[in-house]
Structures are given as C-alpha cells and as structure tokens.
Design a protein around this ligand. Structure first.
Ligand code: PXP
Length: 252
C-alpha cells in the first residue's frame, strides 16, 4: 500500500501570516496522524517563512509517525538536520523568491554536495530522498550517489492541460518510475497532487510514498485535517485496488 506523507507547512504559513501561535503545525501533524497519515513532512526553509525550529524540535519529540524533513543543502540546515535526526530527509532546491519548490534538485550539477550530505546522513542511519524531475540522467546519478529514494516531481503533470499534454507528462513519470526501480531506487512522488489527479499517479507510477500538502490542508479548512487525510487515503487505496485488478486481468 502506498504510504501517505502529509506536508503541514501550509498550516505554519497561516500561523506566520500573523506571527502568532495558531494554527499549530504540531497539532495539525497529530490530527493528520489520527486521520491515517503514514509520514509527516515539514520543510525547514533557510528564510523560516513557515516552519520554525521549534516545530521541528516538538515534532521530533511528539510525532507518532515517521518524520520527513525537506531541506536544502545550506550548511546551517544540514547541521540542524543532523542534530535533530529525522526519520528521513528529502533534499530539495530552494530559491528565495519561489512561492513553492519549483523544480527538482539538479543532482548532476550538485553531485559533490549531494554525495557528501548522503554520506553524513548515512552515518546516522538516515535515508535520503532526492526530489528530482523525471529525467534519466538525474535518476542515474541519484542511484550512483547512494540515495535511497527519489521523489519524482509531479508538478508538470499537475499543471499540464487535460488530454495529450497531461498524458505525456504521466508517461514520462511512469517511465521514470520504472527506470528508477531498475536502478534500485525506491520511487516516491509528490508536488501538486490533489484529490482529483492522484488516482492516475497511483495507478501508473506505483509509488512507494506520496507526499501531499496544499490540497489536503486546503480541504482541511472545510472538513478538518483528520477527515481530509482520511479522504485522500481512501482515494489512494481505491486507486491501488483498481490498478491491481487491472494488472491481474492482463495476465493470461
Ligand atoms: N514534495 C516536495 C519535495 C515538496 O517540496 C512539496 C512542497 O512543499 C510537496 C511534496 C508537496 O507539494 P504540494 O503542497 O503541492 O502538495
């Protein structure tokens, strides 16, 4: 069963809009866990625009699920990550002006730094995921450098127009997922996934984990986080059961 990582950064974004104490992403993480989240994800950005050091510290102490720390390769953040020891880390590019993580990490251009970080986390037994675009050379290098996971960036798929453009992005993701698995990588997927578009990703990519934030937090405004997570898990489960049924039909 694909695992669901729930990104609670947007809860912190609302809090930081007023620089107050509510809503608390730590509380949100507990509610998401009750709703069925398998992993809680936070991104401690260098500019601390949403998640704060206090959130990481408290989540480390209280989270009943695995904690995935999204992070850039900035020295300060790497040191914080090493000392807080999350269950896994996801290396992402970070650009001050972006509204959200825009593209995948350029593993080819940053090989040395990525490799050094993977080694340091490996010494503590912390697996590293690289957030990459569905590009063969990026996946090949990710495997060469010793990454455990790649998280395929599904943003282009999420933003593509319905019909041929969307199908093309899905095919590229599907082929990359298969290629990544052949390289021995565990393949995850995330970014821009919604209640409407996640089904095809589950069926075609067969990811190990899905990482979803904005859509779940948006729905949570109306139905609460527990229910929003529960609904997302139900869609994922249904897609997976459907996908399995189809595979069995194909077999002679
Ligand atoms: N995965 C990664 C690596 C991300 O950077 C983000 C955005 O923080 C997500 C998943 C979640 O994306 P979204 O909020 O669009 O669901």
């Amino acid at each position: 069963m694909a695992l669901l990582g729930v990104n609670v950064d947007h809860v912190a974004t609302v809090r930081e809009a007023r620089k107050t104490y509510e809503p608390d992403p730590v509380w949100a993480a507990a509610e998401a866990t009750i709703g069925g989240a398998d992993i809680i994800t936070i991104h401690l950005r260098k500019d601390r625009r949403h998640i704060q050091d206090r959130d990481l510290r408290l989540l480390r102490q209280t989270s009943a699920t695995d904690l995935n720390l999204e992070m850039s390769l900035a020295d300060e953040i790497v040191e914080i990550a090493l000392s807080s020891r999350p269950d896994m880390v996801t290396l992402v590019p970070e650009n001050r002006r972006e509204v959200t993580t825009e593209g995948g990490l350029d593993v080819l251009a940053q090989s040395k730094r990525v490799e050094a970080a993977i080694k340091r986390f490996a010494e503590l037994g912390i697996p590293v995921s690289l957030f990459t675009d569905p590009v063969e050379q990026q996946l090949q290098r990710s495997a060469d450098l010793g990454a455990t996971f790649v998280e395929l960036h599904t943003g282009a798929y999420a933003n593509a127009k319905a019909g041929r453009p969307k199908e093309d992005t899905l095919t590229a993701l599907e082929e990359s997922a298969a290629y990544g698995r052949r390289l021995g990588l565990v393949v995850n997927a995330g970014h821009g996934l919604t209640y409407q578009n996640v089904t095809d990703v589950v069926k075609r990519l067969r990811p190990h984990e899905l990482h979803i934030g904005h859509s779940i937090v948006s729905r949570a405004i109306f139905v609460g986080i527990r229910e929003a997570v529960r609904q997302m898990k139900e869609i994922i489960h249904r897609a997976q059961a459907d996908g399995r049924g189809r595979q069995q039909e194909k077999q002679p």
